[in-house]
Design a protein around this ligand. Structure first.
Ligand code: LLP
Length: 427
């Protein structure tokens, strides 16, 4: 479904529009998103998991009203993890019952707002929160559907900052030591809560299905304990998000149908051997849906050759529009997109314009030796965790997100202006 290609003049196009036209109309830097690809990925997830499962898109990857409308139209649900994401979801018409609220430290106000709105589930992250949500729901005269987030104790093979299933970290309640079982015990006693299931999210940018399988095995193990102790079969399990995408040609991601099959198989097998009815499954992909659908378009500024070392290619953005390289040592690729070139490849480092030497967008890349100021280069796979983690460092204006489809391009998030910056500065 991807609509990225090159036209007869050698200029890269997306959704039928070439990048020179996009740069003229919307400026650089900008995130250009292939709407057909986004929707196709939503459909692939829905179809892979089928009618007896729910796909919650993880809004933290990238969220705006247009995205919420696409999700709605493609039959996906939405995972939000803050009042801001919840407000965006509701403002764009996502039915509250299809929203899940996450977070390790939800405020009272966030919880109240979610319960009032009638969100389909709140994922409880601590003993204190079990009580907090129950009290708020009771005060509002409601019974809130909840899941308990457990840490299953697997080491996901990914960057430390985005691994979340080992026990020594801030998310979830460990299965170990009977803590998760105790959480279930407490939640079942509270009138304000309807405990519908257990949740596990093992981490992000994961390529190997085995971690998910171990998680599924342990989560079903907890369901079995709960059945044995309380005579209650919890009807749902959520196995989180985390499926990796290809940032460079070295990454080999699993497809939604592969992960769906692996998860279903293990859940069915485990439930059968435990004599449990198969619970309704849900998953929360963020990156795997949004990530591949957008690229960042930059204009090349200064090209500085350091003889014997490498060439520094400065672009008009940087760590303010993509913090992932600096934060996680993330790897990206980059290509000259405004023309073709037959010049020799030169070892390059694509850097931003911020006052910091760690302001690197692409650490090692080969770009043609005739690269010159004014050329356009694109960094693919920036649809997830780039605009959503963008900052105003050095008072950079956060770039727009432009959706392109069927030969038409439109801003779905507009570029920030100096007025936007100054509006908040009320001293
Ligand atoms: N569900 C939960 C409970 C999560 O915490 C996350 C991500 C997801 C789903 C979605 O994971 P995904 O499918 O997108 O991997 N900023 C980091 C990623 C942080 C992910 C946090 N939680 C990055 O840029 O790599």
């Amino acid at each position: 479904a991807r609509t990225v290609g090159r036209n007869a003049d050698g200029v890269v196009t997306v959704g039928g529009v070439d990048v020179k036209t996009l740069a003229e109309e919307f400026g650089t830097p900008g995130y250009f998103l292939d709407e057909a690809d986004f929707r196709a990925r939503c459909r692939a997830w829905r179809e892979a998991f089928g009618a007896d499962a729910d796909v919650f898109y993880a809004g933290k990857a990238f969220l705006c009203r247009a995205v919420v409308r696409w999700l709605n139209e493609e039959g996906l649900n939405l995972d939000v993890c803050s009042a801001g994401e919840l407000a965006t979801a509701l403002a764009a018409g996502m039915p509250a019952e299809r929203i899940a609220l996450h977070g390790n430290n939800k405020s009272e106000a966030e919880i109240r707002r979610a319960v009032e709105a009638g969100v389909g589930r709140i994922v409880l992250d601590s003993f204190q929160e079990i009580v907090r949500v129950a009290h708020i729901a009771e005060r509002l005269g409601k019974r809130q559907r909840v899941q308990i987030r457990v840490t299953v104790g697997v080491e996901a093979h990914t960057h430390e900052f985005i691994a979340t299933a080992h026990e020594d970290q801030k998310f979830g309640i460990p299965l170990a030591g009977g803590l998760a079982a105790e959480a279930v015990r407490r939640a079942l006693k509270l009138d304000g809560l309807e405990l519908i299931g257990v949740h596990s999210h093992i981490g992000s940018q994961i390529f190997d299905t085995s971690g998910f399988e171990v998680a599924a095995h342990r989560v079903v193990g907890l369901l079995r304990e709960v059945r044995d102790e309380h005579g209650v079969e919890l009807p749902e399990i959520d196995l989180g998000g985390g499926l990796g995408i290809a940032y460079t040609s070295e990454d080999d991601p699993r497809e939604p149908h592969e992960i769906a099959k692996a998860l279903r198989d293990i859940v069915h097998r485990e439930c059968e051997s435990a004599g449990l009815a198969v619970p309704r499954l849900s998953v929360e992909p963020g990156r795997a849906i949004a990530g591949p659908t957008a690229f960042t378009l930059y204009e090349v500024g200064t090209v500085k050759e350091l003889p014997g070392l490498r060439t520094y290619v400065s672009v008009d953005g940087g760590m303010s529009d993509n913090i992932r390289t600096a934060l996680y040592d993330a790897e990206y690729s980059v290509a000259l997109v405004s023309r073709t070139s037959t010049a020799e490849p030169m070892l390059s480092r694509v850097v931003g314009k911020h006052c910091e030497s760690g302001d690197i967008v692409v650490r090692d890349a080969f770009l043609p030796a005739d690269l010159a100021p004014g050329d356009l280069i694109a960094v693919p796979a920036t649809g997830a965790y780039c605009r959503s983690m963008a900052s105003n460092y050095n008072h950079a204006l956060r770039p727009p997100v432009v959706s392109v489809a069927d030969g038409r391009a439109r801003e779905i998030v507009r570029r920030e202006t100096e007025e936007d910056l100054l509006r908040l500065d009320v001293g």
